[in-house]
Design a protein around this ligand. Sequence first.
Ligand code: TYM
Length: 336
Amino acid sequence: MHKLSGKRIFSGIQPTGIPHIGNYLGAIRHWVELQNANECLFCLVDMHAITVWQEPHLLKTQIIEQTAVLMACGIDPKKHILFNQSAVHAHARLAWIFNCVSRVGWMNRMTQFKDKAGKNREAYSAGLYVYPNLMAADILVYQATYVPVGEDQRQHIELTNDIAQKFNHDYKVDFFREVKGVIPEISARVMNLRDGSKKMSKSDPSEQGRITLLDTDDDIALKIRKAKSDAEPLPFEKNELDRRLEAKNLISMYSVLAQQPIENVLKDFGGKGFAALKLALTDIVIEIISPIRKETHHLLNDSQYILNILRSGAEKASAIANPIIEKVESLVGYVK
Ligand code: TYM
């Protein structure tokens, strides 16, 4: 599916909860595939996580748990690099420089901040406001060129390129190259099962709208059975899905997981009610998630092993990032 090879790939995930099927379809499954022919760095972005309040003991558990989930999904920390952001100080050092390159006007245009902070923006952390600058630093501190993410990160990737260009321009260098987002065509934005107009999210207070990668088979069956539907039969035509948000979401998930084009899925399910689709989707989601859940629980029996993976990942990541940040800091004019 991915024709990329020989590239340096970077991507990240916030350890703020158990990854869900949206994270899986939008990002993680592509990370797994990209490992075949590229050099990959996958990062648990704990510094991004604390831009909103995290209970310290929970953050720690979630970092370990999420690392196990990623490994259970097929991320290979022996061949690639799996680590947590705060353990590689180069991220913070470059982020500070980028805070000074990036413009307040650019931050004001970031839709994620607006969505998260809403009308109450004065009460949110300054860290949440400059979140995208840290994200640019995550990618560019490795001079990575491809970033597999879901649709919601597109604007952040564009900002990364704006920062890279302005840095090159301000310091009269050709140091940072263009970064490309790798965004899937289908299921780049998996929606909440209870509300097809809302993105599926780790931080939604209700668990009913998301299927996590640690849900039991029964949880999965129940959540899909209770997923919002509408009264009409499923359509035969793809363009009809645009006004049927819930149908579009379920059909899209099924299409990706069953590896069938949407047109074929509509040939099978068009004219029928939601029930048949929901049953088929349940089977296929369980087929994917059940082994991930079991392997995660197995890995979590030895949390020291997971911590060692992260430590060695951070060492490997630092070895790449340190010469790059040193060079950037010298371009900026710091005295060493
Ligand atoms: P996060 O933790 O929100 O999500 C991790 C990845 O999952 C994708 N994703 C989704 N894809 C489809 N449907 C959904 N409902 C859905 N929800 C999330 C996200 O697009 C993402 O790819 N800012 C990032 C983390 C980050 C990062 C980076 C990513 C920090 N630094 C550098 C790439 C490069 C975030 O909050 O992801």
